[in-house]
Design a protein around this ligand. Structure first.
Ligand code: ZN
Length: 338
């Protein structure tokens, strides 16, 4: 229940803003990224038409050996259609196994060969998604990922801080990949944090209206960090099946309502490939956003009510219990969570 109290706190903070000032924020103040994981067919048949309706693009992370071979997964024509439509295609390995349990040669196969596999189909993936969100804390794995990709993503945080400084408990001041003693940092360009929204729905037994409210709270939680057109924090929301026959935890209606909310509230939907990295000062940023100086002439209202406690420390990953619950464990496997 601690988790829910954090949520309601977040909600109160967001509600504390004048609705008007939130509504009037420039496009640069509200952004979101979607990751569609695993290459599931329902993402093409059910999610894509809704994305198309609003002109939204997502990052679709595919498992090369599943494409066109496994029931319930997209084929190459569908992946190519997404790519041709301007969606971002990322790699989610060759066979969806835990990299931490593999030899170096097998890691190279899962990470490097899956890039080659996409290249062979005319797609140049910029990002890699760790299967089961494991491996981003292992230097040998990160080194291999870094050889092939600009970015890598994993669960499981509601907001990604582009300067990697928002998770105060980890003490990071920038996005350097490694600490001084050579171990990978908690978050960096090869450990970009996303939120498995559908897993949360299952974990908390949310109704569709509760799930929508949680979604709204998460996407608006960035508002207090993003000022004058500069995105400092961005929610990266992960979906699996959308209205699929099996394992469906995001109903089509819920997905439709979430996209409509973003459209109506003028969120700027971008993809992982829209991110860039400043090598000199070690931070991520969003390419092609309206620069801050151009926005300065606009009256960008700062929140009337400043949080009175350190909200950053409250933006923690909801604790995911380990062990004990076989259904939860099975779902974690399904959603690729640790
Ligand atoms: Zn996965």
């Amino acid at each position: 229940m601690a988790f829910l109290s954090v949520l309601s706190y977040e909600h109160n903070v967001v509600s504390g803003l004048s609705t008007k000032s939130a509504e009037n924020k420039k496009i640069g103040d509200k952004a979101i990224i979607f990751i569609f994981s695993d290459g599931l067919k329902s993402q093409f048949t059910n999610a894509k038409p809704i994305l198309d309706k609003y002109g939204f693009k997502g990052t679709f992370d595919v498992v090369c050996n599943y494409v066109g071979k496994k029931n319930g997964y997209m084929d190459w024509n569908e992946i190519k259609a997404l790519h041709d439509d301007g969606h971002d295609i990322g790699s989610h390995s060759m066979s969806h196994v835990r990299l931490t349990e593999l030899s170096k040669a097998s890691i190279e196969y899962e990470v490097g060969k899956s890039k080659k596999c996409l290249d062979d189909h005319g797609i140049d993936p910029k990002s890699f998604e760790y299967p089961f969100s494991t491996g981003s804390d292992d230097k040998a794995i990160v080194d291999i990922v870094a050889k092939h990709y600009d970015f890598a993503t994993r669960g499981n945080d509601p907001l990604m801080f582009l300067r990697c400084d928002g998770m105060k408990q980890y003490g990071q001041k920038d996005c350097k990949t490694f600490t001084d003693n050579g171990t990978p940092t908690y978050t960096n360009k090869y450990s970009i944090r996303n939120l498995s929204h559908d897993f949360e729905i299952v974990e908390n037994s949310y109704s569709d209206s509760q799930a929508l409210q949680r979604f709204i709270d998460v996407v608006n939680s960035q508002l207090k960090y993003n000022k004058k057109g500069t995105i400092n924090a961005i929610p990266i929301i992960m979906y699996h099946d959308v209205g699929g026959e099996k394992n469906s935890v995001t109903d089509i209606d819920l997905f439709q309502n979430e996209m409509k909310y973003l459209h109506d509230h003028k969120f700027n939907v971008i993809t992982i490939s829209d991110l860039a990295y400043n090598e000199k000062d070690n931070y991520l940023y969003v390419k092609d956003l309206i620069p801050e100086k151009e926005l300065a002439v606009e009256n960008v209202t700062t929140p009337a009510i400043e949080p009175t406690v350190n909200v950053t420390t409250n933006v923690t990953t909801p604790a995911i219990p380990t062990g004990g619950n076989p259904i939860l464990e099975a779902l974690k496997q399904l959603f690729g969570l640790k």
